[in-house]
Design a protein around this ligand. Structure first.
Ligand SMILES: [Zn+2]
Length: 101
């Protein structure tokens, strides 16, 4: 799956050590409608993060960073799984709303 400028714009540097991510550290896992899931591995501190970028109506964008133990290989396995269902997206949106409070 190809990365776009959109994902690059929001995934820039490591939250822990502030190292700038190189384009090779950023992997687009999935994109479903207005949600992009990006996996980033910091080459300096080796921390992995799953970043969810949610585009809402207008220009509002929510970004959620979830630290993960997953490795790039797991992500590739992930990509071969069935696409995200409508229900999963709804559940995810509910979760975001809850977390945003
Ligand atoms: Zn780092």
């Amino acid at each position: 799956m190809k990365k776009t400028e959109f994902e690059y714009k929001y995934v820039k540097k490591c939250a822990d050590c502030k190292t700038m991510f190189s384009s090779r550290s950023i992997h687009l896992v999935d994109r479903f409608k207005n949600v992009s899931q990006v996996y980033v591995e910091c080459k300096k501190c080796k921390k992995s993060v799953l970043v969810y970028i949610v585009k809402s109506e207008g220009l509002f964008v929510t970004q959620i960073d979830v630290p993960t133990d997953m490795k790039k290989e797991d992500i590739i396995r992930f990509q071969n799984m069935s696409p995200v269902s409508e229900d999963e997206v709804l559940a995810f949106r509910k979760w975001i709303k809850k977390s945003a409070v």
